[in-house]
Design a protein around this ligand. Structure first.
Ligand SMILES: Nc1ncnc2c1ncn2[C@@H]1O[C@H](COP(=O)(O)OP(=O)(O)OP(=O)(O)O)[C@@H](O)[C@H]1O
Length: 245
């Protein structure tokens, strides 16, 4: 633990060399390809995706339903094997990592936000944000202080001890955002993070999400169908026929 109460010794908002590969990118994919075979049919969902994301950069991933956004995020999140090409996260080539190495990259470099919050139902809001920090090696008081701060910035200071079932959809998603940022990841991967919310709540939660990601200095790749929300990000990339445009 360090003097600012953090886990990694990195001050809030700082993008340091440890987040970057030799190219300076937090994420670099080259020729990323993924196909699925069912019976005699093979669908080529990703056909050579090249993408670089700089430290702190927030990128919207657009594409119609079925274009492969989730497939791409799952590959980059090292959640599934079976892809071809290169994925470098903070300079580490995923293909060269064994299962333990992939787990370490996920734990140390990545944060995830899904359409459905996937919070632990038996734990309250603050515990859901504390637990990943404890797993990451933080001490309890520091983890608790950071969880309180993140949840308060997201307007949940008065909901810290509520369980997910006692929170609204927007509140649950804010807890999921705080959890994703808890360990100060270099890169946040978000799959339709506000897709389950009504339009107004989606707008508010996304604005808070983006503000906090910027404040924390993380980069983000955020899949969405929503062109309007995508315009609030630093850059928009589109998946079309398995490649980025
Ligand atoms: N495990 C799998 N086995 C077979 N086909 C799959 C598998 N996962 C995804 N696909 C197929 O890959 C294509 C891309 O799916 P994916 O979920 O990545 O799209 P998406 O752009 O995220 O869509 P949406 O916006 O609707 O979530 C789809 O045609 C889907 O049926």
């Amino acid at each position: 633990m360090n003097s600012d109460g953090g886990v990694t010794g990195r001050p809030i908002g700082a993008a340091t060399g440890e987040r970057q590969g030799s190219s300076g990118a937090v994420l670099e994919t080259r020729g990323l390809a993924r196909s699925f075979t069912q019976g005699s049919e093979t669908i080529h969902v990703l056909r050579g995706v090249d993408l670089s994301i700089a430290p702190g950069e927030i990128v919207a991933l657009l594409g119609p339903s079925g274009s492969g956004k989730s497939t791409m995020l799952q590959a980059i999140g090292l959640l599934e094997g079976g892809f071809e090409g290169s994925i470098r996260i903070a300079g580490e080539e995923a293909a060269r990592l064994d299962a333990a190495g992939r787990t370490a990259v996920r734990r140390d470099q990545l944060g995830f936000v899904y359409q459905f919050h996937h919070l632990l139902a038996d734990f309250n809001a603050i515990e859901n944000v504390i637990l990943p920090q404890l797993v990451h090696g933080a001490e309890r008081p520091a983890a608790e202080a950071r969880a309180t701060r993140l949840l308060s910035v997201l307007g949940l200071g008065h909901r810290l001890t509520h369980r997910p079932s006692q929170l609204s959809g927007g509140e649950q998603q804010r807890v999921a955002v705080a959890r994703a940022l808890a360990n100060r990841p270099a890169l946040i991967l978000a799959d339709e993070p506000t897709g389950n919310l009504d339009e107004h709540t989606a707008d508010v939660v996304l604005a808070e999400f983006l503000r906090l990601v910027r404040e924390e200095g993380s980069a983000a790749l955020i899949a969405t169908h929503n062109e309007r929300l995508a315009k609030r990000m630093d850059r928009v990339v589109r998946l079309h026929e398995g490649q980025l445009q």
